[in-house]
Write a new protein. Structure first.
Length: 477
DNA sequence: TTTTGAGTTGTTCGA
DNA sequence: GTCGAACAACTCAAA
């Protein structure tokens, strides 16, 4: 059993199939060094470290061993196969181009050696090639895709977790502590630990906590970054496969059917899970989604270059409290509320007019839930270059968005404590406060908190002008 | 083949 | 304060 981003024992199709053969199962994780794979970001490495340790424990609890190896996947598998005499390799599929290429190469090689090689769907409700439009293509618009999934998807029965693994002779393993996945010098992850419980158990707890209550208010509360339980917080668990979307679907449906969850709210939650699926459709059919504009017309977009602006954005020093709060939350705990992700992404690509790939890169490095499909698709959606893109004239106003969604003000006060004593009226636009109010709140603009790095109205107009230029260039071409 | 209706998440302006 | 319209044109999906 080759574990990848499916770090769970429950409802794991590849693991289940391996066990069903009746043969002893060798459990393996490979820290892949293939140069074609996109290197994992720092926050993801932090999570992986904890998740693997939990999985190792769970496997040892049922009499097994989780092997850790670092190297090229193909060479490592060959080595383990010959060492153990395994006659088949099982895994759950991935959908990025580099990963698919590696996997199909390995599958071919194993089969040539007369060995079994079986792959399964362990991380999606429906795989990217299954939902087809009437004319046979893939869906490029979310709403009809969502309808198609609702009409066609039926979860299969949940696969239980193994309770006992047949013993295999101990095999030499690398020490995960030597992999350096946990940051040192400096350890920037000190706030991650209290926030997250990586691993299957933590995922199950989150799902349970969410569907036993908050899901029934999801439609409104999902937009409230100031609420602790407005969203499920399942994204990193999903990203590492500590839970699968099918488990989420079944559990949510069961709550609806039992009358324990508000149907409209619960379905909105599931639709968000399906947004993740939709991203995988787009990635599968557009392998360069992380680097190339989905809409080629955007190649003519007059993006700006602005090192200082990018740095201010990354460090949460733009002078717009809701933006800075989000960017600081991201840095502190490796996660940002979805509503705020849209605000900061809009700010980067519109107010600062910087290429979306800058944001995509930063999120890739800093998010614990960094996902090859969702990250690329969502950044492109915001920038306007994506499938089913946001209309170009939709430029989020970072002041009114803060006022509207950080209703209590707790979000900005938590992540921008230097502004905590400002009256709510000025919390999202401190530069509008008079000197007396600023003084009373202990705020010195330009010293304790920055002036806005770009004026909202000017930034907005500059973005709209850029789209006009894009349009002219397109028409000229 | 042609037609038709629709498309996650917003903002601004003027009545 | 509230409300509706304008903000473009295009692509997609299905009738």
């Amino acid at each position: 059993m080759w574990f990848r981003r499916d770090l769970r024992l429950h409802d794991n199709p590849a693991l289940n199939a391996a066990i069903q053969t009746g043969a002893p199962v060798v459990c393996l994780y490979i820290l892949e060094t293939d140069s074609t794979l996109r290197p994992m970001g720092g926050a993801s490495q932090w999570w992986l470290d904890k998740s693997l340790k939990r999985l190792r424990e769970s496997i040892e609890d049922i009499g097994g061993q989780l092997l850790f190896k670092r190297g090229l996947a193909r060479e490592t598998l060959d080595e383990i196969v010959s060492q153990t005499g395994a006659n088949a390799v099982f895994w759950n599929r991935r959908y990025d181009q580099a990963g698919r290429d590696i996997d199909s190469d390995i599958k071919q090689s194993l089969k040539q050696q007369g060995l079994g090689a079986e792959s399964y769907n362990g991380s999606l409700l429906t795989e990217p090639w299954t939902q087809k439009t009437g004319s046979g293509g893939y869906y490029k618009v979310f709403t009809p895709y969502w309808k198609s999934v609702q009409a066609n998807y039926q979860p299969s029965a949940e696969l239980g977790a193994p309770t006992q693994l047949k013993s295999v002779p101990k095999i030499e393993t690398e020490n995960i502590e030597d992999w350096g996945l946990h940051p040192t010098k400096p350890d920037w992850s000190t706030e991650f630990g209290p926030k997250w419980l990586p691993g299957e158990e933590g995922a199950a707890q989150r799902l349970q906590a969410f569907i036993s209550g908050p899901v029934s208010e999801y439609k409104d509360h999902r937009n409230r970054p100031d609420l602790e339980k407005g969203t499920s917080g399942l994204s990193p668990h999903l990203a590492f496969g500590e839970i699968g979307p099918a488990q989420i679907w079944r559990a949510t449906q069961a709550k609806i059917e039992a009358g324990d969850a508000n149907q409209a709210n619960a379905m909105t939650f599931l639709s968000e899970v399906v947004w993740r699926e939709f991203s995988y459709v787009l990635l599968y059919h557009n392998p360069e989604l992380a680097t190339e504009n989905y809409k080629p017309a955007f190649n003519a977009m007059p993006w700006r270059e602005d090192e200082a602006g990018l740095k201010a954005w990354q460090q949460g020093q733009t002078g717009y409290p809701i933006v800075d709060a989000g960017m600081r939350q991201l840095w502190a705990i490796g996660w940002m509320h979805n509503r705020v992700r849209m605000i900061v992404a809009s700010f980067l690509t519109k107010h600062l007019l910087l290429h979306w790939s800058h944001g995509e890169d930063w999120f890739w490095d800093t998010l614990v839930d960094a996902d090859p499909a969702a990250n690329s698709a969502s950044w492109q959606w915001t920038a306007g270059s994506g499938a089913d893109a946001a209309p170009y004239f939709r430029v989020f106003n970072p002041i009114t968005q803060g006022e509207k969604f950080d209703e209590s003000g707790d979000y900005v006060r938590k992540w921008c404590p230097e502004l905590a004593r400002l009256p709510h009226k000025f919390l999202y636009q401190p530069w509008e406060a008079g000197p007396l109010i600023l003084h009373a709140a202990g705020v010195k603009l330009g010293e304790t908190y920055p002036h806005p790095i770009v004026d909202h109205k000017e930034g907005r107009q500059r973005a709209l002008d850029a789209y006009d230029i894009l349009k002219e260039r397109r028409d000229a071409a």
